[in-house]
Design a protein around this ligand. Structure first.
Ligand code: DGL
Length: 270
């Protein structure tokens, strides 16, 4: 592992591509490895132990491929596994969590809504985050079953996407929420639809850019930034069926990409 080693990034599926996008625009010359754990998506309805075991298996895969750092591009996996990942692996591990602090700083109505998976919202980590940064704001918690699966289909604007998003969003707006936290990386791809439904006055808070920032800080700290001026590459892996995953990754990444199957030993359910 050295400065020219790749950065590893993973999510339960295609949601983490929204983080990958930010990382690519912040680091033009780094090589990136992306894992979509598509055989086990969604994580949000699974036990923390299951999500932790999958996160460890994927981190092992990335470290075996010489990743110099790992970005957990999934709020649910960060909540369930980041402590374990940090204790098991020596490379820097960067996670993502709902951006409660900036949202509370932004709200004028005093009502903030968090859209996230059930797994994230019921995690200890999220409880602590609310206690620390929730302040006096009225924080509405909204789990969104089905929304991750919707994004996995690649249909981000159709009738089904619109109906499901509106079902979760409208009651929050009716209760006065003027700031919406996207607490799941999949939902970033629904931001244009959320903007359309919520209107221009509502703030949408997405932590993805902050992750790229944090990643730079960690890489600088360890002297791991690549000095190589050539453009970086992206490689995509999945635990699911590459032929099924490839069209959606290509659509969301805006390029015809190759998606490979991870070796079986990293794809077990326990
Ligand atoms: N992108 C994951 C997150 O940020 C989605 C979790 C899921 O697969 O349910 O939480």
């Amino acid at each position: 592992m050295n400065t020219s080693s790749p950065i590893g990034i993973f999510d339960s599926g295609v949601g983490g591509l929204s983080v990958l996008r930010e990382i690519r625009s912040a680091f033009a010359n780094e090589d990136l490895l992306y894992v979509a754990d598509s055989a086990f998506v969604p994580y949000g309805e699974k036990s923390p132990q299951f999500v932790e075991a999958r996160s460890v298996a994927i981190a092992e895969f990335l470290v075996d491929r010489k990743a110099k750092t790992i970005v957990v591009a999934c709020n649910t996996a960060t909540g369930a596994a980041i402590t374990t990942l940090r204790s098991r692996f020596s490379v820097p591990i960067v996670g993502i969590e709902p951006a409660v602090k900036p949202a509370v700083g932004k709200t004028a109505s005093g009502v903030v809504a968090v859209l996230a998976t059930s797994g994230t919202l019921s995690s200890d980590k999220f409880g602590k985050l609310l206690a620390r940064f929730g302040g006096d704001a009225d924080i509405l918690i909204q789990p969104c079953p089905g929304l991750v699966e919707q994004v996995e289909t690649g249909d981000l604007y159709g009738e089904k996407a619109r109906a499901l998003t509106a079902k979760y969003l409208l009651p929050l707006l009716e209760r006065g929420a003027d700031t919406i936290i996207l607490g799941c990386t999949h939902y970033s791809f629904l931001a244009p639809l959320i903007r359309e439904i919520a209107g221009p006055k509502v703030s949408i808070v997405d932590p993805n850019a902050a992750i790229a920032h944090e990643l730079r800080r960690r890489l600088e700290d360890k002297g791991l930034l690549s000095p190589d001026p050539r453009p970086g590459t992206e490689r995509f892996w999945t635990s699911g069926a590459p032929n099924d995953v490839k069209p959606v990754i290509s659509q969301l990444w805006n390029a015809d990409v190759q998606v490979r199957l991870m070796p079986k030993r990293y794809c077990r359910s326990t």
